[in-house]
Design a protein. Structure first.
Length: 282
């Protein structure tokens, strides 16, 4: 089994690499920092029948993104899982005060690069007859996130793209899902604190301080969900936005018919009638 993991040099990406490696997967690890990425690869050690390849690329550069799958095909015969984990916080503060170049860069890394990788990987997985694509969502995908407009827009777009791609790839036995990992103790959260309450807002700032002090969502739990979605255990589960922390996803295989017939765990418009408003709609 082969998995390609982006943003694998630190934080959740590193945890994902370690988790999949322990479970017998061969890996293609992608990150921007060569030294940190090499250290992660070395730390995994050696295992019979498994291989780890590293690929240094900058997701802000579309040409780098184009080279990733071409290089991956030269390293492994097939790809069983793509995990789009890499992301940046990007422009922070009121939207009208954001630097436009930073705003666009955020969409490139958090939305356009993952989409491009999905589109390049899909034909490869179709040839193999199966596969799993896992996109990391984040704060703002399911509701407004003041002062993080670029990040929230990118993640919401990624979730809706994933739902759409899931429908297109369903006949080919390829699953596409998103993970909402929850607030984790990461460099991105440290960046929220560094930018300060004035830029990020009181709620975001205090949440970041608390998570950094007390610990937030466990990365191991997120890695467990990613492995579940990459494995045959999640057969029949596709097009969903799944909370690693709050959803009882381990039980979902027992309820596939109900899940398939429902729009639960997806992005949807909430109408007035859904909230009991007699005046809102017909």
């Amino acid at each position: 089994m082969n998995a390609l993991i982006t943003g694998a040099s630190r934080g959740l990406g590193k945890t994902l690499a370690e988790h999949f490696w322990r479970e017998g997967w061969s890996l293609i690890l992608l990150a921007r920092g060569e030294q940190a990425l090499s250290e992660v690869a070395r730390s995994l050690g050696e295992r019979v029948g498994q291989s780890v390849h590293t690929f240094v690329a900058d997701l802000t550069c579309p040409r780098d993104v184009e080279r990733i799958v071409t290089t991956a095909k030269s390293r492994v015969p097939h790809l069983d899982a793509l995990i789009n984990n890499a992301g940046i916080q990007g422009a922070v503060g009121p939207a009208w005060e954001n630097n436009w170049d930073e705003w666009q860069e955020t969409l490139q890394v958090d939305l356009l690069a993952p989409v491009a990788l999905c589109l390049q990987v899909a034909p490869w997985m179709i040839q193999s007859g199966s596969g799993s694509i896992i996109n990391l969502s984040g704060g703002g995908a399911t509701g407004p996130r003041a002062n993080f407009s670029a990040y929230a827009t990118a993640k919401a777009g990624l979730v809706r793209f994933s739902e759409t791609l899931a429908e297109e790839l369903k006949p080919h036995n390829i699953r596409v899902n998103c993970i909402a990992p929850g607030a984790m103790r990461t460099a991105m959260l440290e960046d929220v604190v560094a930018k300060g309450e004035a830029a990020t807002g009181k709620k975001e700032y205090e949440t970041a301080v608390r998570v950094l002090r007390e610990g937030g969502a466990p990365m191991q739990r997120v890695a467990d969900l990613a492995l579940f979605l990459a494995s045959d255990a999640s057969h029949g589960i596709t097009g969903r936005l799944i909370s690693a922390v709050w959803d009882t996803w381990e039980q979902w295989p027992e309820h596939l018919d109900a899940l398939e017939a429902s729009d639960a765990y997806t992005l949807r418009r909430i109408a007035g009638r859904d909230r009991g408003f007699a005046w809102g709609d017909r």
